[in-house]
Design a protein around this ligand. Sequence first.
Ligand SMILES: [Zn+2]
Length: 206
Amino acid sequence: MEFSSKLLENAVYEMSQLPGIGKRTALRLVLHMLKQPSEQTLRLTSALQRVRNDIKFCSNCHNISDVVLCEICANPKRDESLVCVVEDIRDVMAIENTGQYKGLYHVLGGKISPMEGIGPQNLTISSLLTKVKEGIIKELIFALSSTMEGDTTNFYIYKQLEGTEVKTSTIARGIAVGDELEYADEVTLGRSIINRIPFENSLKSS
Ligand SMILES: [Zn+2]
């Protein structure tokens, strides 16, 4: 792609670094911005800068939050004995949308993936185990995507729980293997949480 302007080229290059944005789309977006009032671009760049600089993670569940303790963890109506283990905020949003879940979450921040060099120490697993040892949690619900990495992560945590009283379960999803949680429809996902199965049973069937 030949550019008549170095400034334009730079902007297109930076935009095309985002996932799913090719050079052509990047060019279209930048040209669109040039047609808009400059305040619009300013609002966008300042929103991005603020989310990057000021974002916090909940001290209890590690979900993205604007405050130290997120709204879910701070809500006294939520059942703190029940904790749903998820990969990231998209899963929390998907499960919250079902309106069927009244427990808390624990956001791992990813899945164990030797291929990508992600080990248990790169995730929030030790913080989860610390919480389990405090004795308030009665049940952990594994809700990671049913990929090899998801299964590995579930199993790793499950093994770490040996010798504790905590119950483990997994959501019986009516969606194909490898589908991400965020794409499951709300009714199916809600039902899967209610009809969750003991984690041990999921091991026998696989
Ligand atoms: Zn929280």
